[in-house]
Design a protein around this ligand. Structure first.
Ligand code: NAI
Ligand code: MG
Length: 501
């Protein structure tokens, strides 16, 4: 097992024990159970290509069993839990995650490939910040009284949970994505079936143990590892799941809506892809902007929905930015996540590496100029490494500019005037995020208002916070996670009329 022979890193005993001894089966009704089909799948370490673990694969029958358990919990003990008691359990879970953070970070690096420093300082602290923030809403989910035109009627609203929620999540921030969904879903009083991505199931399984230790009643949280087919698809069409919360590709988001439409009209919230524009005006603090542009793409090897992959630079600053970006990016060390020096880890799978390299080749063929990078990294063992790559381009219609690549690839172009900028920046089916760098405060806000994106950063890039609503415009999805909006996403409004005569 590759995890055990990384030469320069001593894994925690807890990580080794988890890899060697944990059942890695399905977590239903607070028990570890085998997949009814007996099927399993492999999860690999993207830094080596080696198999880390064999994991049970949930099929339709297992989804049925998990839904029954979640429904029974919703109708039973969990449905009766007082808001403050739900919050207490969620705070307990957050404490347990903190206690186990070192092991969880190592599992994240093994399964996803990200640098251990990023897992420790980026992912894990935010996992518990998000969980605690959402738990804090539990006893503040209020309705309102409504001044209707009828006499002698007292009308009020209640925000009630939806019931059984299915969460289908991607591999780029495995535990964080799980908590983005689990936090508000449970805070609002729903029960949950969590399907981690097939590339990164390990931390969700570890989380299930902590859920049990924290003392959640059976059936409140169920974890079903497996791929999109059959596991995710069985959830999306299940007649007794009330809502699916999804993060992933636009293509699969569309399929989930379709399955919802053709089954029980379950509620759907979608956080999908992006091709976010990041704009540098000539009056910006250009060196900060260059660093910002660099980290906006390469900190996660480009595997981030908000990655600022389309960089627009005002002509007067263009040469300086391209030169600076080339210098900065060439200093970035590509390596496995446990290496002492690493800025950019591997991409998630061999298939993703092939896809990313395919885009790079398409970019070259389409006439975009390679400023730096442009190839696989071959000398790092069996891992899936791609050089941080920057293209300069003119043609907005080429695939490296139109498509979400989800790899370490940025595309930079020059612009001359405002109308051109706004038209080109918005010329995408996506609308997740945008950045702008300028010292002109009026211009910054004008841009923030003109750009079609759910989040805009002015003189910064990439911050996401538990208190700040987050989600997409256009085909980047709908529904807002984080903030109080996240509670709205997991509740429905009931209006009660009382005749007071
Ligand atoms: P994906 O959208 O296929 O997978 C995301 C989740 O959906 C996984 O849990 C997967 O098992 C599940 N899924 C797949 N097919 C399903 C179906 N028919 N019904 C229900 N669930 C299903 O994304 P994938 O294949 O991992 O990556 C492909 C591309 O998607 C990436 O290159 C990137 O462009 C985009 N992506 C965007 C993400 C984001 O954060 N917005 C995250 C991951 C991928
Ligand atoms: Mg993996």
């Amino acid at each position: 097992m590759s995890a055990l022979k990384l030469p320069d890193f001593q894994l925690q005993a807890g990580t080794m024990a988890f890899l060697e001894k944990h059942p890695k089966s399905l977590f239903i009704n607070n028990e570890w159970v085998a997949a009814q089909s007996g099927k399993s799948f492999e999860t690999r370490n993207p830094a080596t290509g080696d198999v880390l673990a064999e994991v049970a694969l949930a099929s339709e029958a297992d989804v049925d069993a998990a839904v029954s358990a979640a429904r029974a919990a919703f109708n039973g003990a969990w449905g009766q839990t007082l808001a403050g008691d739900r919050a207490a359990l969620l705070f307990k879970l957050a404490d347990l995650i903190d206690e186990h953070a070192d092991v969880l970070a190592e599992l994240e690096t093994l399964d996803n490939g990200k640098p251990i420093r990023v897992a420790r300082r980026g992912d894990l602290p935010y996992v518990t910040k998000h969980l605690r923030y959402q738990a804090g809403w539990a006893d503040k989910i209020e309705g309102s009284t409504v001044p209707v035109t009828f006499p002698n009627q007292f009308v009020y609203t209640r925000r009630e949970p939806m019931g059984v929620v299915g969460a289908i999540i991607p591999w780029n921030f495995p535990l964080l994505m799980a908590i983005w969904k689990l936090g508000p879903a449970l805070t609002a009083g729903n029960t949950l079936i969590l399907k981690p991505a097939e590339q990164t199931p390990l931390t969700a399984l570890y989380l299930a143990d902590l859920v049990k230790i924290a003392g959640f009643p059976a059936g409140v949280v169920n974890v079903l590892p497996g791929p999109g087919q059959p596991t995710g698809a069985a959830m999306a069409k299940h007649p007794d799941i009330n809502k699916i919360a999804f993060t992933g590709s636009t293509e699969v988001g569309r399929k989930i809506m379709e399955a919802a439409a053709n089954s029980n009209l379950k509620r759907v919230s979608l956080e999908l892809g992006g091709k976010s524009p990041n704009v540098i005006f000539a009056d910006a603090d250009v060196s900060s902007a260059i660093r910002g542009a660099q980290w906006a793409v390469f900190s996660t090897a480009g595997q981030e929905c908000v990655a600022g992959t389309r960089l627009f630079v005002e002509r007067a600053a263009y040469d300086q930015v391209v030169e600076g970006l080339k210098t900065q990016v060439e200093k970035m060390v590509v390596n496995h996540g446990f290496a002492e020096k690493v800025h950019v880890g591997p991409v998630i799978t061999e298939q993703q590496m092939t896809r990313v390299v395919g885009y790079i080749e398409d970019g070259k063929k389409a006439g975009a100029e390679v400023i730096t990078g442009g190839n696989r990294v071959e000398n790092l063992g069996g891992g899936y490494f791609v050089q941080p790559t920057v293209f300069a381009y003119q043609d907005d219609g080429i695939s490296i500019v139109t498509d979400e690549i989800f790899g370490p690839v940025a595309a930079v172009t020059a612009f001359d005037d405002w109308d051109e900028l706004i038209t080109r920046a918005n010329d995408t089916m996506y609308g997740l995020a945008a950045g702008v760098w300028t010292r002109d405060i009026g211009k910054a806000h004008r841009y923030a208002h003109a750009v079609q994106a759910g989040t805009v950063w002015i003189n910064g890039y990439g911050m996401i916070d538990p208190a700040a609503p987050f989600g997409g415009y256009k085909q980047s999805g709908f529904g807002r996670e984080m903030g109080k909006e996240a509670i709205d996403l997991y509740t429905q409004v009931k209006t009660v009329w009382v005749n007071t005569q």
